[in-house]
Design a protein around this ligand. Structure first.
Ligand code: NDP
Length: 436
C-alpha cells in the first residue's frame, strides 16, 4: 500500500493473490528468496503518454493514455485496451496484474499487460473516434509488436476501434503483422473472438455445475452489463437452456420474467452496439419487462449470477442478497467485479464461485489462437476455434480444481485454485531466468 498510494484497485488485486499464494511460497523457499511475488507486482514498465486529437467542432482535446507491461516471463505482453473516463493508472495496473495470471491459466504463451485512455467514446462521432484511435496508436506503436506486446479490445474498444488502430499501425510501420487481436475477419481476425469471453464464461459455469451433477437447463440467470461479454454470455446461457431474467447498463437494469431470448439479445446487441442506445429502451420494446433506473440487478431472484460489466460492481450486501435468494453459482465475466466482502460471502456460503481471471479467460485464449493464425498466415474454421475454446475452458477449470480443492469434502475454492495455478507457471519461468 505504501509503495502504491492512491492505487486502491491495484492494491486490492495484489492483496487477493498474495493471500492465496502465501502457503505455496512458504512451501517453496526459492519463491521467497527470489522475491517472486514482489517482482510480479512491480510492472516491468508503465508507459504514460499524451494524446491530442481534434473534435468535430475543431477544438483540440488532450487525453492521457497508458500501456502497463506487467510481466513477459511466459510470452509477449498481452491484454486489452480500455477507453473509459474511469481509466487510471491504478485500474490498468490491477488489470495488467490479473491478466498475468489469467494468461498463464490458459496454457498459452502470453504474458500480462493492459492499456487504455481516459477517453469517453460515448456520444462521439465515428470520425472523432477514428481520429482519437489514430492519435493513440501514433504513440503506442513504438511500444508494441507481434513478439513484444499484443493489445486487444476491452470496455469501449471493439472491432471498429481495433480496425482504426491497426490501420494506423500499418501506415506508420509499413508492416502487416499480428500486433493487435480482435481484428476484422478480412484482415487477420479470428472467428469466435467476439463471442469467446461470454461463451467461455458459460462453459466454465457448465463445468462447475457438472461437478455437482447439474446443468444449466431451466435455471434463471441474472447478468450485469449489456456489452460484448454480457450479450454473448446471455446468448450461450440461453442456448444451453437457461433463462436470462435481468441485464443492465450503467443507467440501470431491466427485469424480464419471460426471459431475454435469442431475438431479444439480438436487439440489445444492435441497440447498445451500433445505435449507442440504452438498456432502458428494452422495456418499451418488449412487453412484460420493467426498467429499474439507477439500480443494479442483484436483487432479482436467480439461480446464477454473472457480473459482466466492470470492476467492483457487486458489493458484500449484493452478495448476501443473491445468497438469500437462493443463488447457487456465480461466474464472473468482468474483471474483479466482486468486492472483497462479496468474495468472502460467496466463499463462506461455499457456493460455486468462479473469479474473472479463470471464468473470463476465453477471450484472451482465442486472442492467443488469433496470434497463432497470424503467425501461420492462415485462418482456422469456426468449428476448429470453437472446439479449442471449449477444450481450453475445460482445462482451466481442471487447473483451478487441482489447486483449489483442499481435500476436505468436495468444496473447491476456485479463487485460490486460479491464483495458485496461474502464479506457479509464471514463477517457475522467472526462477529459470535468474535475477533479471
Ligand atoms: P463493453 O464496453 O462492451 O460493455 C461494458 C458494459 O458494462 C456496458 O453495458 C456498460 O454500460 C457497462 N458498464 C461499464 N462501466 C460501468 C460502470 N461503471 N457501472 C455500470 N455499468 C458499467 O465491455 P466488455 O463487455 O468488453 O467488458 C466488460 C467486462 O469484461 C470488463 O470488466 C472487461 O475488462 C471484461 N473482459 C472483457 C473481455 C473482452 O473480450 N471484451 C475479456 C475479458 C474480460 P454502458 O453501455 O451504459 O456504459
Amino acid at each position: 500500500k505504501e509503495r502504491n498510494p492512491n492505487q486502491p484497485e491495484f492494491v486490492q488485486a495484489v492483496r487477493e493473490v498474495a493471500e492465496d499464494v502465501e502457503a505455496l511460497i512458504a512451501e517453496n523457499p526459492e519463491y521467497h528468496h527470489q522475491q517472486i511475488l514482489r517482482r510480479m507486482s512491480e510492472p516491468d514498465r508503465v508507459i504514460s503518454f499524451r494524446i491530442c486529437w481534434e473534435n468535430d467542432d475543431g477544438d483540440i482535446c488532450v487525453q492521457r493514455g497508458y500501456r502497463v507491461q506487467n510481466n513477459n516471463a511466459i510470452g509477449p505482453y498481452k491484454g486489452g485496451l480500455r477507453f473509459h473516463p474511469s481509466v487510471t493508472e491504478s485500474v490498468l495496473k490491477f488489470l495488467a496484474f490479473e491478466q498475468t495470471f489469467k494468461n498463464s491459466l490458459t496454457g498459452l504463451p502470453m504474458g500480462g499487460g493492459k492499456g487504455g485512455a481516459d477517453f469517453n467514446p460515448k456520444g462521439r462521432s465515428e470520425r472523432e473516434i477514428m481520429r482519437f484511435c489514430q492519435s493513440f496508436m501514433t504513440e503506442l506503436y513504438r511500444h508494441v509488436g507481434a513478439d513484444i506486446d499484443v493489445p486487444a479490445g476491452d470496455i469501449g474498444v471493439g472491432s471498429r476501434e481495433i480496425g482504426f488502430m491497426f490501420g494506423q499501425y500499418k501506415r506508420i510501420t509499413n508492416r502487416f503483422t499480428g500486433v493487435l487481436t480482435g481484428k476484422g475477419l478480412e484482415y487477420g481476425g479470428s472467428l469466435i473472438r467476439p463471442e469467446a469471453t461470454g461463451y467461455g464464461a458459460v462453459y466454465f459455469l457448465r463445468s462447475m455445475l457438472d461437478t455437482q451433477g447439474r446443468d444449466l437447463d431451466g435455471l434463471d440467470v441474472v447478468i450485469s452489463g449489456s456489452g460484448n461479454v454480457a450479450t454473448h454470455a446471455a446468448e450461450k446461457a440461453t442456448d444451453l437452456g437457461a433463462r436470462v431474467v435481468a441485464m443492465s447498463d450503467s443507467k440501470g437494469f431491466i427485469h424480464d420474467p419471460d426471459g431475454v431470448d435469442a431475438e431479444k439479445i439480438g436487439w440489445i446487441k444492435e441497440h447498445k452496439g451500433r445505435r449507442g442506445g440504452e438498456i432502458a429502451d428494452y422495456a418499451d420494446e418488449f412487453s412484460g419487462a420493467r426498467f429499474h433506473k439507477g439500480k443494479k440487478p442483484w436483487g432479482v431472484k436467480c439461480d446464477i449470477a454473472m457480473p459482466c460489466a466492470t470492476q467492483n460492481e457487486l458489493s458484500g450486501d449484493d452478495a448476501r442478497t443473491l445468497l438469500d435468494n437462493g443463488c447457487i453459482a456465480v461466474a464472473e465475466g468482468a474483471n474483479m467485479p466482486t468486492e472483497r466482502d462479496g468474495v468472502k460471502a460467496f466463499k463462506e456460503a461455499r457456493i460455486l464461485y468462479a473469479p474473472g481471471k479463470a471464468a473470463n479467460a476465453g477471450g484472451v485464449a482465442v486472442s492467443g489462437l488469433e496470434m497463432s493464425q497470424n503467425s501461420e498466415r492462415r485462418s482456422w474454421d469456426k468449428d476448429q476455434v470453437q472446439g479449442l475454446l471449449v477444450d481450453i475452458m475445460r482445462d482451466i477449470h481442471q487447473r483451478c480444481r487441482d489447486d483449489g480443492t483442499d481435500g476436505k469434502g468436495d468444496y473447491c475454492d476456485y479463487v485460490r485454485g486460479a491464483n495458485v495455478a496461474g502464479f506457479r507457471k509464471v514463477a517457475d519461468a522467472m526462477l529459470a531466468y535468474g535475477v533479471v
